[in-house]
Design a protein around this ligand. Structure first.
Ligand SMILES: [Zn+2]
Length: 117
């Protein structure tokens, strides 16, 4: 009511008048798309590391990774050697982005599915 405009501390984006400073859906929606939010750097770093690791392992999709883990476990190699590769496969599986395949197509539009963590 006093005319204060709440802005994003990272990019200066102005929120609608009387947006509360916390707990508002408007805030969380902007954080997801704010190009200056520190999360974008973290996401880019994860993507870079994933890409490098996928290049080493030679697989990126969940199906390929799971097949590779099965093949790796059956391989007649020292357990210590297999553990390195299996750990890498698990790291790639753990950092899988949901709908990675359709991410490019959905770029810029708000997420229509999935739930908040
Ligand atoms: Zn922002």
């Amino acid at each position: 009511m006093d005319g204060r405009i709440l802005t994003c501390v990272y990019c200066g984006h102005e929120y609608p008048q009387n947006t509360p400073a916390h707990g508002s859906q408007v805030l969380t929606e902007h954080i997801k798309v704010c190009g200056s939010h520190p999360m974008r750097k973290a996401e880019a770093d994860i993507a870079l590391l994933r890409s490098a690791l996928a290049g080493l392992i030679g697989a990126d999709s969940e199906d390929e990774l799971r097949q590779m883990e099965i093949a790796m476990r059956l391989l007649p190699a020292p357990d210590a050697d297999k553990a390195v590769s299996i750990n890498a496969i698990h790291a790639l599986l753990a950092t899988m982005t949901p709908n990675a395949g359709v991410k490019a197509a959905a770029e810029g539009s708000p997420a229509a599915e999935g739930s908040e963590p």
